[in-house]
Each structure stands twice: as C-alpha cells, then as structure tokens.
Design a protein around this ligand. Structure first.
Ligand code: UDP
Length: 244
C-alpha cells in the first residue's frame, strides 16, 4: 500500500475504475490446464495482465530424507518472479517477498491436498510469474490448484483466489497494480467453494469492521466465479477437443 496518489483517479464519478472496470468486476481471466509435458501436472493462467505458469511434480521421494514425514506427505511451493515480469528488472535471487508468498500459497493449499495419503513423499509446486500486474499470489494459488488437480493429486476441493480491496472509500473486487499501490486496502482471499472454507486471508491497509465484512463477502463471491473457470479449464482438457 503506497498511500494515496493525489493524481490518480481510482474511481470516477460514474463508479468506473482506473482500468475501466465496475467496482465488482474482475479482470479477464483465462485458465488452461496442462501444457507442460515434463511435469506431472501443470496450468497456465492469465489474470488481467498477470501471466503465470505452474508445474507440479509428485508425490515423489524426499531428498534429503530427513525432511520427509513418516505420517504424511509434504507440500513444497516455490513462487518465483522472472526478472522481466515487472517494469523495473527484478533481481533473480529469491527475495523476502517471494519467500513469504511461497509460504502463504503453501499454507493456503495444504487444507485442500490429501497429503495424508502419501506418507514420506513430497509434492512440489513450481510457480513462475512471467508477467505481474498486482494480485499474483491469488492468480498463482488459483493456477496451482488446477495444476495439482491436473497431476491427479487427490484433493478435498480446489482453492480459488482473488483479492477484494478498497479505493476511494469503496469496496472493490480484484485489485490491480495501480489500485494496490495507490488504494486504501488490499485483501487477498483463497477459498474452497465446495467446502465453504477460507484458506488464505491477508489484509494490507485499513478497513472498518463493516468494510472488512463486505470485502470478505465480495471476495468469496469472486472466488466462486474463479472456481467455475478452474473447473472449465480441467473439463476442457479432459473432456474437450484440445487434443493434448
Ligand atoms: N511488483 C513489482 N516488483 C516487485 C514485486 C512486485 O513491480 O519486485 C508489483 C507486481 O506487479 C505485483 C504488485 O507489485 O503484482 C503487487 O505486489 P504484492 O507484493 O502486493 O503481491 P501480489 O499483489 O502480486 O500478490
């Protein structure tokens, strides 16, 4: 949250946002299941101008062995941004932010994955952000769920994710980069729509208790929309005419 930029009109008098969307309108979302032949499962997502590729491997042996757990499988997640994914070249070394987002996504996926079925093994999720425009953790979490399903990993549900937020004292759905920088709040939400459980909830910014509740409601509804696109991506691969 960069504080408010006086020159940026985040919401005009007609209720239209800086990129032309209405307050409750998500960006264009395209999800494709599969695509990487050397991964056990994969997915590609375009979420507005975010472009993210996810490859999943496993369940497979854990090296070093002492990292394994005899009672359950473990999930390992690496979120990585390409140096060319942002306006100012990003240092290729893992940043604190990438380490944090890797941890957040892992913890958001864990309730969905039936790791107890694969003791002593690991499931690895590799996330490559090719282009970033605000909301990469939600887009990555959404694609990672599809890639895990594509890998045939037993799951209780998929996690769908999107951010709610606040600009010009108004609650909005799906916060873009400008809104993240100049707006008042950003609340990424990960949600398992069939189980009706939230697995990720972060908040950057300040909300009243009423706004907080509204953001959660708007975010959960947004996740339900994203969930339909996740299911469609899997359906298109396995029951469609894609031929891969
Ligand atoms: N960003 C950037 N350079 C960086 C890290 C982030 O330009 O080194 C941009 C990028 O567009 C990202 C946005 O800042 O999507 C918001 O980052 P944040 O940490 O809030 O995570 P995100 O919203 O992507 O989950």
């Amino acid at each position: 949250m960069g504080g408010r930029d006086a020159n940026m009109v985040l919401l005009d008098k007609n209720g239209i946002r800086c990129d032309g969307r209405k307050v409750d309108e998500p960006r264009r979302i395209m999800i494709r299941a599969g695509g990487l032949k050397n991964a056990d499962g994969s997915a590609y997502i375009e979420f507005g101008d975010n472009k993210i590729l996810v490859g999943v491997f496993g369940p497979r042996d854990v090296h070093p062995k002492h990292m394994s757990n005899t009672d359950t499988g473990i999930l390992r997640v690496r979120y990585h941004m390409e140096p060319f994914s942002v306006g100012e070249r990003k240092n290729p070394a893992p940043s604190r932010r990438e380490i944090e987002i890797s941890k957040v996504i892992k913890e958001a996926l864990e309730p969905a994955v039936m790791l107890e079925k694969f003791p002593r093994t690991a499931v690895d999720v590799f996330i490559e952000v090719l282009q970033a425009d605000g909301g990469t953790r939600c887009a990555a979490l959404t694609a990672a769920s599809v890639a895990l399903a594509d890998a045939g990993i037993p799951m209780r549900d998929m996690v769908a994710a999107i951010a709610a937020g606040k600009v010009a004292d108004t609650v909005i759905l799906d916060v873009n980069n400008e809104e993240d920088q100049a707006g008042q709040a950003d609340m990424p939400i990960g949600y398992m729509p069939s189980l009706k459980k939230i697995t990720l909830l972060q908040l950057d910014g300040v909300l009243t208790p009423e706004e907080f509740k509204k953001c959660v409601d708007v975010g959960v509804k947004g996740c339900e929309l994203v969930y339909e696109l996740q299911k469609k991506a899997l359906h298109d691969k396995y029951f469609g005419n894609r031929g891969d």
